[in-house]
Design a protein around this ligand. Structure first.
Ligand SMILES: [Fe+2]
Length: 298
């Protein structure tokens, strides 16, 4: 790590502020040091960076291949196809807890956010540590969750047909730690449970991860860079401000989410009988049918 860097933890479980570093100028060795800090702290804040769009994209490329335009919410006129801009005045306030894009097969590995314009007060972002949230569950709950999967969709983006199934407990590929991988924004259904069990369990889990003791809250200043490991965190923008808030984000393409083990039970829809409650299963049934017919055609 660079000799002059100062790393200050921002909460008990996750988050650190790094100063004494100029992100526009880091080489391979320093990039590796930032990656190690990100694995350890999961969320990093670098104040006073003031990166140009080109520098922002170049920084992202040091961490992996970047995503192109957002799958559902892309806008024209961006300085680079890799930059996704969110403006509060155009509805860009992500005030529901989520891991980014979990309705895709390969949700992003990490994102790097450039704070372009801040409101006078408010507009902080919170993150929650999904590894800490998993570790604080009881052993019987952990053991059950290890064998489950969940269906995610892009309903908040107006696209219910964009769906993916992921393990409920995801293993971090670098650290081997287990993280609770369901979120209130995109996760719709526990695949192996009946719809009423699924609803109750998801309500509990998505609320559990919001416990303040798993979280950190970042206060933004213009020119700050924030980065987070999207595999083991969720985030939430606090919608408490008046005025403009503009962020630009680059996103590193994700890997294949690995579970703690193979799913231990078959999907509920394979054993459900047709009844008046079957409409609750329609989305899951449709996803599995389409996936199976696609696999059969391959
Ligand atoms: Fe987000």
């Amino acid at each position: 790590m660079g000799q002059s860097w100062d790393v200050k933890r921002l909460a008990g479980t996750l988050g650190a502020e790094v100063t004494g570093i100029r992100l526009a100028e880091i080489g391979a060795e320093e990039t590796d040091a930032v990656k190690a800090l990100l694995s350890q702290h999961k969320v990093l804040l670098f104040p006073d960076q003031h990166l140009s769009p080109d520098e922002h994209v170049a920084l992202g490329q040091k961490f992996g291949e970047l995503e192109g335009a957002h799958p559902n919410l892309a806008k024209p006129g961006m300085p680079s196809p890799h930059i996704f801009e969110l403006k509060a005045t155009e509805g860009g306030i992500a005030d529901e807890w989520h891991t980014d894009l979990t309705f895709t097969e390969h949700p992003p590995l990490m994102s790097i956010l450039n704070m372009v314009a801040c409101p006078e007060a408010g507009g902080d972002t919170m993150w929650t540590d999904l590894i800490a949230a998993y570790n604080d569950l009881s052993e019987p709950m952990q053991e059950m969750l290890d064998g489950l999967t969940a269906l995610h969709d892009a309903r908040p983006h107006g696209n219910r047909d964009a769906m993916a199934i992921h393990p409920v407990v995801r293993v971090h590929p670098t650290t081997g730690e287990k993280a609770l991988y369901v979120n209130e924004h995109f996760t719709r259904r526990i695949v192996e449970m009946n719809p009423f069990e699924s609803e109750a369990l998801l309500a509990f889990l998505t609320r559990w991860v919001q416990n303040p003791r798993f979280t950190v809250r970042l206060h933004w200043t213009e020119g700050a860079i924030g980065m987070w490991d999207n595999r083991v965190t969720q985030h939430f923008v606090i919608n408490d401000f008046i005025g403009e808030r503009v962020i630009q984000r680059v996103t590193v393409l994700g890997d294949d989410p690995q579970g703690a083990g193979a799913p231990r039970w078959r999907p509920w829809t394979e054993r459900a009988t047709i009844s008046a409650t079957s409409h609750w299963d329609a989305q899951l049934y449709r996803f599995l049918r389409d996936r199976d017919s696609k696999q059969a055609a391959e």
